[in-house]
Every structure is written in structure tokens, then in C-alpha cells.
Design a binder for this molecule. Structure first.
Ligand SMILES: NC(=O)c1ccc[n+]([C@@H]2O[C@H](COP(=O)([O-])OP(=O)(O)OC[C@H]3O[C@@H](n4cnc5c(N)ncnc54)[C@H](OP(=O)(O)O)[C@@H]3O)[C@@H](O)[C@H]2O)c1
Length: 393
């Protein structure tokens, strides 16, 4: 029996977006954190974590932050008996946050290998360590292709938008069965789409919310360049023009399958809610960390037009109205946003009664233009992730 006295926990995925913000929050609250992860591009895991600690500008955690390079696909996580024993002793709680987050079908084998096939070693570790609680970071979209109210209950759907959702649903099933059979207390956290910090704009990842905005910004650049440098003959042909005040008139229709919303939460709300759940005794079960008040595409378009200095974009819902001869800007945006389209007009409503209860009514802040602008300014300053303020991936 391992003696898990004190506040020690093991975290995976700490070199990723959600995991890094969680790691820092744990360190700030005085936890001893052991990170399981891997080196990348010849940079050791411990150096990667050091870069992150500096980027977050927190005091050096010293020995309270420990890193162990592990291989999740191998028994005992590829560790020798001595290191595995130390790891088990450090696993008061285990937060499994690492995951392959690619949506593309061409990544199926890798996504399934990471998110599903490598779970047995991690689960065996949770049982060997007799951890107080295992927390699995899943996604609200593991609920699959459905409409209406999604409850904080096990998944029943068999249809998924992409391999990522499918793998997360399979992982939830596998982890739940194992934990039930081996007496490992389990909590499943299901965030929706996470964007940067609502108060600072800081983020480590610039996909989802950011990607369509970044795409629009590139499209704007292309046409502004055409107008300024090449006389704008092509732009005029498509009714695209530049005002004296720098506003680009860009007739552009975004086609979406349904009239729905985009369920967005800022990273600070995710961390705060996750901490409430993790620090709450007896928090087994499933929790939706989602927004009750998600914006729709019309709002996101309005914000993006204002931010980028563009006019003329509007959304059309339903395939029937699709223009058979899209202009080049529409063709480009269409291609860019394809993987995200289902999430831009989502009709799933996430029940969050259990989360609301355990977090004492904590909720995501309304997605205002101020928050949008702060996050996009941050994204632009670090070139949509190419320069994340000195952080080496
Ligand atoms: N971001 C969101 O909006 C969002 C929304 C809902 C749910 N989630 C869930 O939240 C969790 C974290 O997501 P994220 O956005 O933070 O992802 P992320 O930034 O892509 O980070 C993924 C993390 O997983 C690790 N990882 C991936 N494949 C691995 C492998 N084969 N072996 C070892 N480590 C591996 C990565 O390590 P390396 O750095 O070494 O690659 C990284 O630490 C995931 O479980 C995801 O499903 C995220």
C-alpha cells in the first residue's frame, strides 16, 4: 500500500495547452507535481518544463516539480522497477491530460494508438499506485453526433464527427470499465473548446477558435496586397474593395450545416473548474466543463470583422442555399475551416448540473468582444503560435 500523504500528484500532457496551465496551477497551490511525458526535438522533458515555468513567469518550483520520461505504450510505462516504484509513491492523484488532438482521418492510426491503445499501461499504473483518484481529461464532444441535451453520463453514441471524438469516446469506455473492475476511483472531465486566458489572452495553442480568424486574416492580406500592389483588378472582379479608412469590403458567405453555436470556454475557467473538482473529496463521475451561454457564428463574424477591419461577411445555414460559384475568398475560407465546421454550428447543449454543483456555481465568463480582442491580440503578437513568447515546443 502506497502512503500518499501530502499533496502529490502525477500529471500527463503538461507540455500541451491544458496540461501546462494545470501544472502551473497545481504548483501555485503547493502541490508536488510529477510530470510524465517525453522529450521532443532533442529537448529533454525537464528542459521543456523549465521553458514553460519561465514562460508562465512563476517562481522556480525546485523539487516540487519532477519529470519522468515515459513511454505510455509500454508496460510500467517503460520505466525500471525503481523509478516505477517512486512514480507509484508520487501518485496521490493522477491527472491524465495527454492526448493526440488531431482530427484528420489520415492520423487515425496514431490517434487511436495514443488515445486508446496505450491506455492499459497507464491504467495498470493507476491500480498499482492505489491512487486516491484518477482524473481523465476527455472532451464534451466525445458525446458524438447528436443534437439537444447531452448529459453528464456515459456515452451511448456510435457516430462521431471525426477520429478524435471517436477515440475519446472509446477511451472513456475503456477507462471506466477498468476503473470499475479494479476499484480505481475515476472522474472524467469533459471541456468544450478551450481558448486563451480571458484576462491576459495568453494561450499555448491557436487552433479551433483562432483558426478561422487566422484564415480570414490571411485572406484579407491577399486582397489588400492585390489592391495596393497590383492595382486590384482581381479584387474588383469579385466586388472586393478597400476603403480610405482601411476597411476591406469582402463579400464572403460562410456556409454552415445548422443554426447552432460554438461552445467556447477560456483556459482560466477550465483550470478553476478542474481544480474545484480535483480538490473536492468524492468527486467521482462525469463533469461537463462547458459554457451555458455559447456565442453563435453571427457574433463571431461580427467580432472578427471588427478586429480585422473587414465588412461583408455573413453566415448561411443549411446546404440548400450554397452558391454554386463561390468567389476565391469563399473557396479559401471554405477549405481552411472544413475540419472545424461541425463545431461552428453545434446543436449540442451540454448539461452541467453536476459541474455547477461541485464548483459552487462557477461558470464561464460571457464571450465578450473585449475577451475576443485580448486573445486575438495575443495570437497576432505571437504570430498565431509560431512564436509563443520564447516557449520551445
Ligand atoms: N484544447 C481544447 O480545446 C480541448 C478541448 C476539450 C478537450 N481537450 C482535451 O484536453 C487534453 C489536452 O488537450 P490540449 O489541447 O492541451 O492538447 P495539446 O496541446 O495538443 O497537448 C497534448 C499533450 O499530449 C501529449 N501527447 C500527445 N501524444 C503523446 C504521446 N504519444 N505520448 C506522450 N504524450 C503525448 C503531448 O506531448 P508532446 O508535447 O510531447 O507532444 C502534449 O503534452 C486532451 O485530452 C484533449 O482531448 C482539449
Amino acid at each position: 500500500m502506497h502512503d500518499h500523504t501530502g499533496r502529490s500528484l502525477v500529471l500527463t500532457g503538461a507540455t500541451g495547452f491544458l496540461g501546462a496551465f494545470l501544472m502551473v496551477a497545481f504548483l501555485e497551490r503547493g502541490y508536488n507535481v510529477t510530470v510524465l511525458g517525453r522529450s521532443k526535438m532533442d529537448i529533454s522533458l525537464s528542459d521543456r518544463l523549465l521553458h514553460l515555468v519561465r514562460w508562465f513567469n512563476i517562481p522556480d518550483p525546485g523539487e516540487r516539480l519532477c519529470s519522468i520520461e515515459a513511454d505510455f505504450s509500454k508496460r510500467h510505462l517503460g520505466l525500471n522497477d525503481e523509478v516505477y516504484g517512486h512514480l507509484c509513491a508520487a501518485a496521490g492523484k493522477i491527472i491524465h491530460c495527454s492526448s493526440d488532438t488531431s482530427f484528420t482521418e489520415s492520423s487515425r492510426v496514431r490517434v487511436m494508438a495514443t488515445n486508446v491503445n496505450s491506455l492499459p499501461a497507464l491504467l495498470e499504473f493507476a491500480a498499482d499506485a492505489q491512487t486516491e483518484q484518477l482524473y481523465y481529461v476527455s472532451t464534451a464532444y466525445a458525446s458524438g453526433m447528436c443534437e439537444g441535451l447531452c448529459l453528464e453520463t456515459p456515452i451511448t453514441s456510435k457516430c462521431f464527427t471525426n477520429v478524435y471524438e471517436e477515440s475519446k469516446a472509446q477511451a472513456e469506455g475503456l477507462i471506466s470499465r477498468y476503473c470499475e473492475n479494479h476499484g480505481v476511483p475515476l472522474s472524467i472531465l469533459r471541456p468544450s473548446i478551450v481558448y486563451g486566458h480571458s484576462k491576459t489572452g495568453k494561450s499555448l495553442k491557436f487552433n479551433a477558435l483562432y483558426f478561422p480568424v487566422k484564415s480570414l486574416s490571411y485572406i484579407r492580406e491577399i486582397f489588400v496586397k492585390d489592391i495596393i500592389d497590383q492595382g486590384g483588378k482581381r479584387s474588383r472582379q469579385w466586388g472586393i474593395s478597400l476603403d480610405n479608412d482601411g476597411i476591406l469590403h469582402l463579400p464572403l458567405t460562410v456556409y454552415l450545416p445548422n443554426r447552432g453555436s460554438v461552445n467556447l470556454i477560456p483556459i482560466d475557467y477550465f483550470v478553476e473548474a478542474a481544480l474545484c473538482i480535483i480538490e473536492h473529496p468524492g468527486s467521482s463521475g462525469i463533469y461537463h466543463i462547458t459554457s451555458d451561454n455559447p456565442p453563435d457564428m453571427a457574433t463571431l463574424i461580427e467580432y472578427s470583422e471588427r478586429f480585422l477591419g473587414v465588412r461583408g461577411i455573413h453566415a448561411l445555414w443549411g446546404q440548400a442555399q450554397r452558391n454554386p460559384t463561390p468567389n476565391p475568398a469563399e473557396e479559401l475560407l471554405d477549405r481552411f475551416i472544413e475540419p472545424y465546421r461541425p463545431y461552428l454550428s453545434d446543436r449540442r447543449i451540454f448539461d452541467r448540473s453536476r459541474t455547477e454543483n461541485i464548483t459552487s456555481g462557477l461558470s464561464a465568463p460571457p464571450f465578450t468582444y473585449d475577451i475576443y480582442e485580448r486573445c486575438m491580440n495575443y495570437a497576432v503578437a505571437c504570430e498565431w503560435g509560431r512564436k509563443v513568447c520564447g516557449y520551445l515546443p
